[in-house]
Design a protein around this ligand. Structure first.
Ligand SMILES: [Zn+2]
Length: 141
């Protein structure tokens, strides 16, 4: 089986550079695309630029896969230091948990929230946006 592109370090580095630029544009208000409204919303909850950048890179590399209601598989990216091939993020009662043992209680506490969760938060909100604006949806199945 062909290894996915996020196993390629060059691809991951490029995705991080693009995510960094995107987050910067979003937070400076220079970009009004739907993903930017999502980025700004997340920044209001978790004001950590590097967390957003890594989460966005994971999301852009298409490592987030919904498994069932409230459960996502996030493929590990070796170049980002992931030791496992995949992580599972669950969202229940307003709380995220990841199998890398990171968690958040509605992000009111300043708990450490991993970037797997950031990627899922982006994916969830982006799905919501494309539901309202179907023309913004891609050809993804
Ligand atoms: Zn995690």
């Amino acid at each position: 089986m062909r290894r996915p592109e996020y196993y390629n370090e060059k691809v991951v580095r490029l995705a991080l550079i693009m995510a960094r630029e995107k987050v910067k544009q979003c937070l400076e208000g220079r970009d009004v695309s739907s993903i930017c409204s999502v980025v700004r919303e997340l920044y209001d909850s978790v004001p950590r630029v590097s967390w957003l950048e890594r989460g966005l890179a994971r999301y852009a590399l298409r490592t987030v896969h919904q498994v069932s209601q409230g459960v996502w598989r996030v493929d590990g990216i070796p170049a980002l230091g992931d030791k496992h091939a995949s992580y599972f993020v669950t969202f229940r009662d307003g709380r995220y948990e990841c199998t890398c043992f990171s968690h958040t209680y509605g992000y009111s506490r300043r708990a450490r929230i991993c970037t797997h969760i950031a990627a899922v938060m982006l994916a969830r909100r982006q799905v919501k946006i494309t539901e309202y604006r179907p023309e913004g949806g891609g050809s993804e199945g």
